[in-house]
Design a protein around this ligand. Structure first.
Ligand code: SAH
Length: 348
């Protein structure tokens, strides 16, 4: 079997152009050549908040411990992370939450991860804990739970629609005259009616619906919370936001199938509406800077700096990266989802 590009070219020659969502799925999740299946070195193409500073995971751990107390200290309860990457956030979160009496004894950690090499890395990093890898959110045993997801929803495959001459058409990946991958447009199509376009281009993530339904199944059956950190608009659906990254550089999404990270903005407005339909309450989203500062990020930076004066400058710089509006502070947003009747969680 050839590399991913030749297989995609072959599929297009046989079946015709494919929607962007299928292209994205093949590039990210092909079991042999997909980005998440093969990539040996996470953290090179892009850097996430937990990889930037330990304070991110620590504050999320304390937030989770607070919500566990608010839920009446259920034991056992499930702490679930979706797309945990290298396991850094979970590791920092558990270390911080262990300071709350009873938390360590009550917590059962489940990780939902599509990538076999990353599953291995998570197990290695969290070797001191009993962790459980689950195929999906529904596969985690029932019970009270807190679900965490940082930069997970932006990997969900998206469909793109473009308006031209009064008709919407779906963007497709096909071949140009020289036989190379190229974007094109399909025949006039109905726009999915939940979309709120703000211009001539609009994106839909069909899996967002599946995601909200799975969260609702858990949080409606037992007390629970979900904490979602990602980027994207709240007042309209994303436009054309599909991006590809390799070694920290933005490249064309068609440049190197399977070798680049593909991502798209999250339709927070749609997620909030889907949660409401399912009877769940949402809080926020608030900018990441507000969330972290309200939870004490700056005080934590001072404490760490005093404990390690030779690293004080680096500590301040990394936390600043998380909260500075010009860096990750404004672009990243935090949304909490709670079972009905829960009090507003801290920082919202
Ligand atoms: N949360 C981590 C990693 C973010 S990258 C961090 O902040 O550092 C996205 C993560 O989601 C990766 O671990 C990737 O393998 C995983 N992932 C992407 N799509 C997934 C899917 N459909 N199911 C499970 N995990 C998925």
């Amino acid at each position: 079997m050839g590399d991913l590009r030749s297989r995609i070219l072959e599929a297009i020659r046989i079946n015709g152009p494919m929607p962007v969502s299928l292209y994205m799925t093949m590039c990210l999740h092909d079991p042999q050549h997909g980005y998440y299946a093969t990539r040996p070195a996470f953290n090179q193409d892009f850097t996430t908040a937990p990889e930037t500073s330990q304070v991110f995971g620590e504050l999320i751990g304390l937030w989770a411990a607070h919500e566990w107390l608010a839920m009446g200290k259920p034991s056992p309860f499930h702490l679930i992370e979706l797309g945990p990457g290298r396991g850094v956030m979970m590791s920092d979160a558990l270390r911080a939450a262990a300071s709350v009496a009873g938390f360590n004894e009550a917590v059962r950690v489940s990780l939902v991860e599509a990538s076999p090499p990353l599953r291995k890395e998570q197990s290695a990093r969290l070797f001191q804990r009993q962790i459980h890898h689950a195929e999906s959110l529904d596969a985690v045993p029932p019970g009270p739970s807190i679900v965490l997801a940082n930069e997970f929803l932006d990997c969900l495959p998206i469909r793109q629609f473009v308006s031209a001459n009064g008709a919407w058409r779906e963007r497709q990946v096909g071949l140009d005259k020289s036989g190379s991958l190229a974007f094109g447009l399909g025949p006039p199509a109905e726009l999915p009616d939940h979309l709120v376009p703000s211009g001539e281009e609009v994106e839909a993530a069909p899996a967002l619906e599946t995601f909200a339904a799975a969260i609702a199944r858990r949080l409606n059956a037992h007390p629970g919370r979900a904490l979602i950190v990602d980027y994207g608009p709240t007042n309209h659906s994303p436009g054309d936001t599909l991006r590809a990254y390799r070694s920290g550089q933005q490249v064309s999404p068609l440049a190197d199938p399977g070798a680049t990270d593909l991502t798209a903005d999250v339709d927070f407005g749609r997620l909030i509406r889907l949660c409401a339909v399912q009877g769940l309450t949402t809080h926020g989203p608030v900018p990441q800077s507000d969330f972290l500062i309200r939870l004490g990020a700056l005080q934590r930076a001072d404490t760490l700096s005093r404990a390690n004066p030779h690293r004080a400058q680096e500590t301040r710089a990394t936390i600043n990266k998380l909260v500075d509006p010009a860096e990750m502070g404004e672009r990243f947003k935090v949304l909490a989802i709670t079972s009905t009747g829960a009090e507003k969680p801290p920082a919202f």
